[in-house]
Design a protein around this ligand. Structure first.
Ligand code: CO
Length: 196
């Protein structure tokens, strides 16, 4: 049985370094989590939420799936949003996509990918809805534009979620942001933001 011992070794060094810098760090986090941000991002290994915005544990509540999709019937994502909004009372929900997203690219292909095609249908729907904006574009540009459109559509799905509508109707302070990350240079771009 391979135990990935090197991970435990790295973990011990990491925890030790943090404790040396801030002896109360883990005790403070153990007492409560009070993040102000919910991050809904892609599962892609190159787009880790905390590292991109250089924030330590405890600062961001995170949900990730293939191509950062928010589906109105996805109990997993909706439960995360509900807990974040109603219990943690986050002030910001960030939907962060990224250029060169494999899920977005696969959604534009015609061949069979197996089970995942059912998930990718949500992105194909975005492509169909905005077909006029994609027409005539080269392959890379088309992918980039669809990656951006997908973020904006998923932001709209967050805005329309009953949990978010309820929070806004009760006057809760809550901002929804759409961002896109460039895996080629490590930089984020702001696409849209809403408070209604
Ligand atoms: Co992706």
């Amino acid at each position: 049985m391979k135990t990935l011992e090197h991970f435990f070794e790295r973990n011990r060094k990491w925890a030790k370094a943090i404790t040396e810098r801030d002896p109360g760090f883990f005790a403070g986090l153990a007492a409560q989590q009070k993040p102000e941000y919910l991050w809904i991002g892609c599962s892609d290994s190159r787009v880790p939420a905390n590292q991109i915005v250089d924030l330590p544990p405890g600062e961001i509540f995170v949900h990730r799936n293939i191509a950062n999709v928010v589906v109105h019937s996805d109990l997993n994502c909706l439960s995360v949003i509900q807990f974040a909004v109603e219990v943690l009372k986050v002030k910001h929900i960030i939907v962060c996509g990224h250029y060169g997203c494999g899920g977005v690219m696969a959604s534009m292909e015609n061949h069979d990918h197996g089970l995942i095609d059912n998930w990718l249908c949500h992105i194909s729907d975005v492509g169909r809805k905005h077909a006029d904006k994609l027409e005539g574009l080269g392959e890379k540009e088309k992918t980039d534009v669809l990656c951006e459109l997908n973020v904006i559509e998923q932001v709209n799905n967050v805005r329309n979620a009953s949990i978010v509508q309820k929070a806004w109707s009760q006057g809760q302070e809550l901002y929804i942001h759409g961002w896109i990350y460039n895996i080629e240079n490590g930089l984020l771009k702001d696409l849209c933001s809403f408070d209604t």
